[in-house]
Design a protein around this ligand. Structure first.
Ligand code: URP
Ligand code: ZN
Ligand code: ZN
Length: 479
């Protein structure tokens, strides 16, 4: 199967140039002025369009069992949405329940993901600890291409990783050469504030952000970074939403620590006024953690993006419909936490980033694809346009427009946090594994076409980290 993309402008994280691209099977085999073609090549005219690496969303939760229900988008609908938005790979999360074998949970998630339309990979969460967990982490690395482990510092009495777990797991991550990642919110403080607010009679969604103020994230971000620093481990903070957390990352990076920060399209563009909506269902539809923040934090996030303090963009796509959100009608702490966005992420970043003059097209590619590929070691197969790379591409029409709406999105839920946003520049064609997957508003990929993406460890980086640990004293703690 061969596919020629003719007449477009290639945009990578490094450069912009005009060239044709020939894909054969699932690889890019030629880049240049291509005129002589073997028979049977399908040609796509990309004149006036931009060709970029397919998006990689490093943070999704398809069909996640969570807070007494299961996220509505499964691996079929969630990855159909991804392709419609130009994203060709998602990195989802295996989340074992406390005491559950990691390998058993991993097998379960792999089975669920067999129906994916796009490519997929998995971080694995560490929700409890004993020697068997350490051993299974090793097996996941060696046999299953897992190179990142997630720690939820929130969700007390469920999946919260306490400091003892963080210390044990980060130490093991350093041994294995894997990236520890954290959801940074102080779970004890959240639990305390939720109970206090409920006791005071605040039961609606407007109490959600009050139970998770910015300091709750700032404390946890500083703590996780300090623990990683003391152990000499790298660390990746998911869904950074506050000025406090951006400051913590910047400070640590300035002092030589290896820290990565991820930001959500939602946190960059939606503010906390959504919780004041008088319609309960609309306010509840925005309940996610960390919550949407006052505008000053959005400014700090954009500056963090521009300064390279935050390197990746994600969605935390974890979709719950109105009926599921209504489980918390009498108690905001029972509203399933999560919002959607895997389809909208790249368009939102294009409109509010590139079109608004905040980032360049090349930075857009870095933020939506290449940086994630590098951090999680799937570059240059992914996140890159070069001969030999995977043929995961998006053809972007900078002249086409669309209005984001739940009426037209592919997610199964009936609301969108981006409802009504006008977008100028849209993904017209998505190519996944060398095949047309989305073209002119039609999903072509079939359920099951998605491939599992192995992510081996990047050994030289970890050797260097271990040496640096011997040479350097830990970074002084931020004041
Ligand atoms: O509210 C959220 N973010 N739900 C999904 C789980 C998580 O914390 O990432
Ligand atoms: Zn989280
Ligand atoms: Zn998440």
């Amino acid at each position: 199967m061969s596919l020629l993309i003719k007449g477009g402008t290639i945009v990578t994280h490094e450069e912009t140039f005009k060239a044709d691209i020939l894909c054969k099977d699932n690889k890019i085999v030629e880049i240049g002025d291509i005129n002589v073609l073997p028979d049977g090549v399908e040609t796509i005219d990309a004149t006036g369009k931009l060709i970029m690496p397919g998006g990689i969303d490093p943070h999704t939760h398809m069909q996640l069992p969570f807070m007494g229900t299961v996220a509505k988008d499964d691996f079929a609908s969630g990855t159909a949405a991804a392709l419609a938005g130009g994203t060709t790979t998602i990195i989802d999360f295996v989340i074992p329940s406390p005491q559950q074998s990691l390998l058993e949970a991993y097998a379960q998630w792999r089975e669920w993901a067999e129906k994916a339309h796009s490519n997929y990979s998995f971080h694995v969460a560490i929700t409890w600890w004993d020697d068997s967990v350490a051993e299974e982490m090793g097996t996941l690395v060696e046999k299953h291409g897992v190179n990142s482990f997630k720690h939820f510092m929130a969700y007390k009495n469920a999946i919260m990783a306490t400091d003892d777990i963080l210390v044990s797991s980060f130490t093991r991550c350093l041994e294995l050469g894997t990236v520890p990642t954290v959801h940074a919110e102080n779970g004890e403080l959240v639990y305390h504030l939720q109970n206090k607010l409920l006791a005071e009679g605040m039961t609606g969604p407007e109490a959600h952000p009050l139970s998770r103020p910015p300091s709750v994230e700032g404390e946890a971000a500083n703590r996780a970074i300090s623990i990683a620093n003391t152990l000499g481990a790298p660390i990746y903070l998911v869904h950074v939403s506050t000025e406090e957390a951006v400051d913590a990352i910047r400070y640590a990076k300035d002092h030589g620590q290896t820290v990565f920060g991820e930001v959500l399209a939602g946190h960059l563009t939606v503010d906390d006024s959504v919780y004041q909506n008088t319609d309960w269902a609309t306010a509840a539809a925005h309940v996610m953690s960390p919550p949407f923040r006052p505008k000053q934090h959005q400014d700090a996030l954009w500056k963090g993006v521009q300064a390279g303090t935050l390197q990746t963009t994600a969605t935390d796509h974890c979709a719950f419909c109105a009926e599921q959100k209504a489980m918390g009608k009498d108690n905001f702490a029972m509203i399933p936490n999560g919002t959607a966005g895997v389809e909208e992420r790249m368009m939102v970043l294009w409109e509010k980033g590139v079109n608004a003059g905040k980032i360049t097209m090349n930075e857009f590619v870095a933020l939506t694809s290449s940086n994630t590929a590098k951090i999680f070691n799937i570059y240059p197969n992914k996140g890159c346009i070069r001969v030999g790379a995977d043929a995961d591409l998006v053809i972007w029409n900078p002249k086409a427009s669309k209005t984001l709406s739940a009426k037209t999105h592919h997610s199964k839920i009936e609301h969108s946090i981006f409802e009504g946003m006008e977008i100028n520049g849209v993904p017209e064609t998505t190519i996944c594994n060398g095949k047309l997957a989305w073209h002119d508003n039609v999903l072509i990929a079939q359920s099951g076409d998605g491939q599992y993406v192995d992510r081996p460890v990047y050994a030289p980086f970890y050797e260097s980290l271990r040496k640096r640990k011997e040479l350097n004293k830990p970074v002084p703690v931020q004041r």
